[in-house]
Every structure is written in C-alpha cells, then in structure tokens.
Ligand binder design. Structure first.
Ligand SMILES: Cc1cc2nc3c(=O)[nH]c(=O)nc-3n(C[C@H](O)[C@H](O)[C@H](O)COP(=O)(O)OP(=O)(O)OC[C@H]3O[C@@H](n4cnc5c(N)ncnc54)[C@H](O)[C@@H]3O)c2cc1C
Length: 505
C-alpha cells in the first residue's frame, strides 16, 4: 500500500493529541454536521451521514449556486439537455440505489446508435446499428483486442471495483485515497502511478486500439490524452460496456431529491471561512454569507465536510485557527467547454460522403484537434415511447466538447445550418498526469474536518463521489464512536478466512 504523506501523518498526530478530550460529550448527543457544497459529492455524503448518525443528527448543506453542481441541464429549443455529468455505468451501485430509493426513473440509451472514431480527416472506424455487424467491424479492425478489452473491463476491472461496496458495508473507512483504492485491489493504487497507455500495454492490447478507441474515450470523458493515470483511464474505459444510462429528468434530480429524502437542511449561502475552535462543545465555526452585500453569519459544528474542490480558480475558503496551515491544493483543473448546437451537422467535415451515414457519436483520436468529441444529444425527458430520434442528417441537437470556447467560424465548420447555440464552460475535472500523483490530498484534513473531493484527483465521476461520500460518513462515524479498528485497516472478507482463523488474503 502507498505510504501516507507527511500531511496525513501530521493530521493523525493532531487527532491523537486532541482527539480524546471530547469523547464523553460525543457519545451522549447526535453530532452537528456542516457540508460545504451541494453537488453529488456533498449530497451523497449527507445521505450516508443521515444513514450513519440517524434522524437526530443536525445536517446542514451549504450551497452557493444550485443543488447539483456539475450535474446540470441547459434548455435548447424548449427541451432540457444534460450539460455536465451525463453517463452512468449499470454497475455503479450507489447511483443505481439512489435512483431506486428516490423513486426516480432510468433513461436508457436508445439502441441502434452509431459511433465513429475520427482522426481529423476521416473516420478510422464506424460501428453499425446492428450489434452483429459492429462486432464484425471491430474484430476486423482490432482483432481479438476488442474481446480482450471487454473481458478485462467486465471480468477484472469491474469485479475489483465492486469490492468497495463490500468493504463499506462492513464499515471500513480510509483517511487517504491510495488506501481506499487498495481496499478494492492493490493494483488500483499502482494504477495511479502509471499512464492508461502503460496499463493497456501491460494488458497486452495493441497500438491501434490504444491510439484510437482508448484515446477517443480519454478525450471524450476527460478532454485529455493517453498520459492520464491508469486508474481514471480505466474508469473511463468502463464506458465501453453496454447498458449506460442517465436519470430521467436529468441526473441533477438525484442530489435534489437526496436533500428532501434525507431531511437535510440546505442553507443557500457561500461559505467564506471555517475556524477551528479550541473551546467545547463544538470544534468548528462556519462563516457564511447569504448575499454578497449581506452580513457574515456563523454557525457551530462538531464536524465539517468540504465537498467542493480546494483548488485555485474554484475555491477561496479560508481556514483559520489550525495548528497546521490548510490551503488550496496545487493541482490544476481542466477547462472543458460544452457547445450545444441546434442545427444540421456538416457530415463532410467528418469525411462522410453520405450525410445519412454520419455517426451519432464521434470520438476523436488526434490530440491536435480542437474538437474532443461530438454527439447527437437527446433531451433528459426523452422517452422511446413518445419521442422520435431525429435522423442525423436533419435538425438535431449536437454537443461538442473542446478545451476552449469555439468561435462562430469554428462552429460553422461542424454545422452546415445553425438555429441556436448554447455554451457551458466548466472547470470540469482535474488536469490529470500520472507523474504527479505522489502527493494527493487526503480525506482527513484535520480532526473531524473531512475532504470528499480528495477522490477526484484519482477519478472524477458521479459514482466515485458517492463512494467517497460514504467513506467520509463511515470515517466520521468511526471517529465519533472511537472505532479505530475500522480506520485505515485492511478489510478481510470473512469467507476468505480459513477455519483455523487466519486470513489468506
Ligand atoms: C462536462 C462534464 C461531463 C461529465 N461527464 C460525466 C459522466 O458522463 N459521468 C460521470 O460519472 N461523471 C461525469 N462528469 C464528472 C461529474 O459530473 C463530477 O465528478 C461530479 O458531478 C462532481 O460532483 P461534486 O459534488 O464532487 O462537485 P460539484 O458538482 O462541483 O459540487 C460542488 C458544489 O459546491 C458548491 N460550492 C463551491 N464553493 C462553495 C462555497 N464556498 N460555499 C457553498 N457552496 C460552494 C458549488 O456551487 C457546487 O454546487 C462530468 C463532468 C463534466 C464537467
């Protein structure tokens, strides 16, 4: 397992020195918890905090904009479309469970959609509306690699990934990301230190598949290339599996409904400062403003969860009164611009002779291209029963991902007629680099000060936020009740323990 950073060790020492003072008080009353940020990270933490601490716990979520954060929609031609996080894997169990518990509906991707891989001049490969033809075309281009990739994703990657649910059901929690990943499988912590290209080569896959399909997935999902660390790259490759889905009405309805379901008090305010108090009974004071010119208000808590990235350009929360300086982490965030165009796509730009054969979704495999990906988008309330998918050569809503805003001239290259354009610019996810994963932020910043977003430096995805949220809730619960044997300890599956009582893992 990865060695703890000096920062983590310092946090542990702080906890050991000042931890036990307030124990008796804590046992006797439910905690007061502040969560800063109402995206899927903050709201899923709130959900699991309620699950751990029960109905009496005071749980406040501070949100400066709208609940949902990077899960959001944009209105085009009177329909809403996902503008941020859109695709969920069928085996992302927390997202699946939220959808069920909250009484929401899944929106499956329609069948028969065609995908292409574009190199800037021509389509290197296109799939077919018919699965059998797609398999034959894939096999023709990539040989057995396509089978080996799918087998690796379904029988290796996902099997190891799903171990986290068992570990968390058993109550185990981790103070840092490498330990959490290692609890799924030791290879996952190592994947942080290798690029996705190295991981794919180690899996025996060949250059054509790596430089086309894998590159296309990295550019579509993270706007970056094959140098991104193996773990986030592998998570991205899970998108090659069938059964991807979204939530009907928009994925943002999950965080919106969690706060109602779990009876969370949402405070519409921007948190300016978190102060560490020496006096009891509360450890923290949160300073917040409900409008820009209004007064600064304060509220006291036993624990605080930061659920927004602590990075320059995104956050400027101050931390006062700490023995150790807490400030933004050095990693940068990657700008991704989603340009939505209502109009007719210019298939000849994509090297397609017949407009009717233009793929509905295009990955790009050339790092010099401005466009990372293109896709025909369907509204969040799309229903196969009542909606007809517009043919690709007619008026559609298309989404282009790029690393900067597109000019009108650039949009006209991709669309031969334009009715309407909407641009959403995101500080979307971290700028990933496998050579810079040595000093990742920890989940524990100080005694009972938690940081959900530590997970995002390993991989940014809705399910990752949800499992980090549960990790924080378990960590908080284990700290509150002094269950130190379930913190940073290896979980041993009881079925793997031999009758002599010794674990064989
Ligand atoms: C374009 C795009 C496409 C994506 N596609 C996918 C996908 O297909 N599948 C997938 O799984 N993931 C996808 N993701 C990633 C996914 O959307 C994110 O990982 C996830 O939404 C992050 O959630 P979060 O709660 O951690 O952060 P955020 O959603 O950023 O939430 C943080 C919240 O904190 C609030 N806040 C910040 N500072 C303060 C403060 N001082 N006081 C009060 N509130 C504050 C913000 O307003 C925000 O609402 C995509 C992301 C983007 C941008």
């Amino acid at each position: 397992m990865a060695a703890p950073t000096t920062f983590t060790i310092a946090c542990i020492i702080i906890c050991l020195v000042i931890g036990p003072n307030v124990e008796a008080e804590e046992e006797s009353r439910p905690p007061h918890i502040a969560i800063v940020g109402g995206g899927i990270g903050g709201t899923s933490t709130a959900y699991f905090m309620r699950e751990q601490f029960g109905s009496e716990a005071v749980i406040d979520v501070y949100e400066k904009n709208t609940i949902g954060g990077r899960l959001a929609t944009v209105n085009i031609n009177s329909r809403d479309y996902e503008s941020g996080g859109s695709i969920i894997h069928p085996e992302n169990l927390y997202m699946v469970n939220f959808t069920k518990i909250l009484g929401l509906e899944k929106r499956e991707r329609p069948s028969g959609q065609v995908m292409g891989i574009f190199d800037g001049e021509e389509m290197r490969m296109t799939t077919s509306p018919y699965t059998v033809v797609t398999l034959a075309k894939m096999f023709w281009r990539y040989g057995l690699d396509i089978y080996n990739l799918q087998k690796w994703v379904s029988s290796d990657l996902m099997v190891k990934f799903k171990r986290i649910y068992e570990v968390q059901d058993a109550g185990y929690a981790y103070t840092n990301v490498p330990e959490l990943l290692a609890s799924m499988d030791p290879s996952f912590a190592n994947y942080l230190k290798k690029s996705i290209m190295m991981v794919m080569r180690e899996e025996g896959l060949h250059e054509a598949l790596i430089h086309e399909l894998v590159m296309g997935a990295m550019r579509t999902n993270y706007g970056q290339g094959l140098e991104i660390p193996g773990f986030v790259g592998a998570i991205s490759m899970a998108g090659v599996e069938p059964g991807l889905w979204s939530v009907k009405g928009g994925n943002k309805v999950i965080p919106e409904n969690i706060v109602k379901y779990s009876k969370i008090n949402v405070i519409p305010a921007v948190v300016k400062m978190v102060e560490f108090l020496e006096d009891e009974p509360f450890l923290y004071e949160v300073y917040y403003k409900q409008d820009e010119n209004g007064e600064v208000k304060t509220k006291r808590y036993d624990m605080v969860v930061i659920a927004t990235p602590l990075h320059d350009g995104i956050s400027n929360i101050k931390f006062e009164g700490f023995q150790q300086d807490i400030h933004n982490f050095p990693q940068q965030y990657h700008k991704t611009v989603a340009t939505f165009v209502h109009g007719k796509v210019n298939s000849s730009y994509f090297g397609m002779e017949k407009a009717t054969e233009m793929p509905n979704e295009v990955f790009t495999c050339n790092m010099n291209l401005l466009m990372n990906s293109f896709g025909q988008h369907l509204p969040v309330d799309y229903s196969s029963a009542s909606d007809k998918i517009p043919p690709i050569n007619e008026d559609i809503v298309g989404k282009i991902f790029s690393n900067r805003e597109l000019t009108q001239e650039e949009i006209k290259l991709y669309f031969r007629s334009i009715e309407e354009v909407h641009t959403v610019s995101w500080m979307a996810y971290p700028e990933y680099n496998f050579k810079k994963t040595d000093d990742l932020p920890p989940f524990l910043l100080n005694e009972r000060l938690y940081y959900v977003k530590a997970i995002e430096l390993a991989a940014s995805a809705m399910e990752m936020e949800a499992l980090a949220g549960r990790n924080i809730a378990l960590l908080a619960y284990n700290h509150w009740h002094d269950k130190l044997d379930k913190i940073d300890e290896k979980y041993v599956d009881p079925s793997q323990v031999s009758s002599s009582g010794t674990g064989d893992l």
